[in-house]
Ligand binder design. Structure first.
Ligand code: UDP
Length: 327
């Protein structure tokens, strides 16, 4: 079977990607430092514990598994934290990715799937973003991801490192089989936090800002189901395997939901009230981030099937009630 090195395979999106890769006949080899990931989430292939800042360890792992491709999920990914600790974000995300890219190129691995972000676009009000939209990130997280995109382009030009870049919008939901799900400690993301509030695991959800220039004053995001998202990654891998070269794809649904709308849908799906209060804006947040996925649908044949808000919240709620990791 073909080995795929999955960095961040013990994390939320990476663990779902490992499940999808295994189902597609690949062997996902997880590389993760377990700082934000969970060993319990590594269920679909071998595990190599290590840190992207440790180049020697990466070289050892490439030599051992000879992966045909890399799927690179491992990153620090909190917008707010990136504004407080930019150095940590640049070092971990950019230096770590540079090590990974150099180790891949040196080992002869020429296929690379990278998880980038809509945060590379920055605030472009009332625009439905596409892959040609300008990138003006307004937080260190987005800036670090854009820098990695540039590194990939340079390595492609110099060393033929073919890559697919996915710029995700907001990811939600969980594996409907309940094998893996979203589990961050501490949690910072909207959907799991509001499910915690519904469930009484925290007092209330704080809405970060109610004075944005949107119909209800709260930020608007485009949410995509994690299972649809990782399906796109498998299609991206097949794109690279068929020699089509490097390409950027946005992964969103084209529909934006405000924070209040996500709360309303959660109330409907769970049939319980959402305790909340209204707080200040979170530094680094864009007003509105929405994308179509025309290119991914046309060129990769991607068809999201679970990315309605109801299904994302229902899957997240099922996981929230039954699933967790201990280590
Ligand atoms: N948000 C919020 N309260 C929270 C967490 C998030 O109001 O406790 C808002 C946040 O300001 C953003 C949206 O929910 O508009 C999604 O935030 P999240 O952190 O889930 O993802 P991000 O957009 O930062 O990738």
């Amino acid at each position: 079977m073909t080995n795929i090195l999955v960095t961040g395979g013990a994390g939320y999106i990476g663990s779902h990607a490992c499940k999808a890769l295994k189902a597609a006949g690949y062997t996902p080899v997880t590389f993760d430092n377990l700082v934000t990931g969970w060993q319990d989430a590594v269920r679909f292939g071998p595990f190599e514990q290590g840190d992207l800042l440790d180049l020697a360890r990466l070289e050892e792992v490439f030599a051992r598994w000879q992966p045909a491709a890399v799927m690179h999920f491992a990153a620090l990914s909190q917008v707010g934290e990136s504004m407080q600790q930019p150095g940590t974000y640049w070092r971990n995300n950019v230096q770590g990715s540079l090590n990974l890219i150099e180790a891949a190129a040196a080992s002869g691995c020429r296929q690379f799937v990278f998880s980038s972000t809509c945060a590379t676009y920055g605030d472009q009000d009332n625009v439905v973003l596409d892959e040609n939209s300008e990138q003006h990130p307004i937080n260190a997280y987005g800036a670090s991801k854009r820098a990695i995109e540039d590194i990939l382009r340079d390595f492609d030009a110099a060393h033929g490192l073919n890559h697919v870049i996915f710029r995700y919008f907001n990811v939600a939901g969980a594996d409907p089989d309940g094998e893996v799900g979203e589990f961050h400690r501490p949690e910072t993301h909207l959907v799991p936090l509001l499910l915690d509030a519904i469930d009484g695991k925290r007092d209330a959800l704080t809405i970060f800002g109610t004075d944005y220039d949107t119909p209800d004053g709260t930020c608007i995001r485009d949410y995509v189901h994690v299972c649809d998202l990782v399906d796109a990654h498998v299609l991206g891998l097949k794109w690279l395997e068929s020699g089509k070269g490097s390409r950027v794809f946005n992964l969103g649904t084209g529909t934006g939901f405000s924070v209040r709308e996500v709360m309303d849908h959660s109330r409907t799906v769970t049939n319980r009230p959402v305790p909340f209060n209204e707080g200040d804006r979170r530094p680094g947040d864009c007003t509105r981030l929405v994308s179509g996925s025309t290119r991914a649908e046309a060129e990769l044949g991607w068809k999201p099937t679970r990315s309605t808000m109801e299904t994302m919240i229902a899957d997240a709620w099922r996981w929230h009630q039954n699933g967790h990791y201990d280590k």
